[in-house]
Design a protein around this ligand. Structure first.
Ligand code: AMP
Length: 116
């Protein structure tokens, strides 16, 4: 059974600032925000890594992006703009092994993808 910290948030075993939920996804504010707005959208289906995706997951991955875009419109920053990011494994900076989409917004964001 999958048991990441995000599964525990979905099960309400630990608190989170939840901003969105439906039968497929949950969205909550990142505990260590990297932008004025930093929300994570997480599928309720256990999928550890982007590497585990198959065509059967196409709908749920699409739902992540739709939920983020809807949230941006609802919160009024869609026209200013935002960034969505998904990290995979060590080089991608993944630390929680349940796939998730980061929504970052609220200020002009720096360029991305630089290596040390
Ligand atoms: P990643 O590094 O792409 O796996 O992203 C994991 C994200 O989860 C990080 O940005 C963390 O700050 C965030 N995070 C970890 N624990 C929590 C938590 N309990 N509540 C909200 N966000 C969390």
């Amino acid at each position: 059974m999958s048991d990441t910290i995000f599964d525990r948030i979905i099960r309400r075993e630990i608190p989170a600032d939840i901003v969105f939920e439906d039968e497929h996804l949950i969205g909550f504010r990142d505990i260590a925000p990297q932008a004025p707005v930093h929300v994570l959208f997480v599928p309720k289906t256990p999928i550890a890594r982007l590497n585990d995706l198959t065509p059967a997951h196409a709908e749920i991955v699409g739902r992540l992006a739709v939920a983020a875009a809807d949230f941006a419109k609802q919160e009024g920053f869609a026209e200013d703009g935002y960034r969505i990011v998904m990290n995979c494994n060590e080089h991608g900076g993944q630390t929680v092994f349940q796939i998730h989409l980061h929504l970052l917004a609220g200020a002009p964001l720096g360029r991305f993808g630089t290596s040390k």
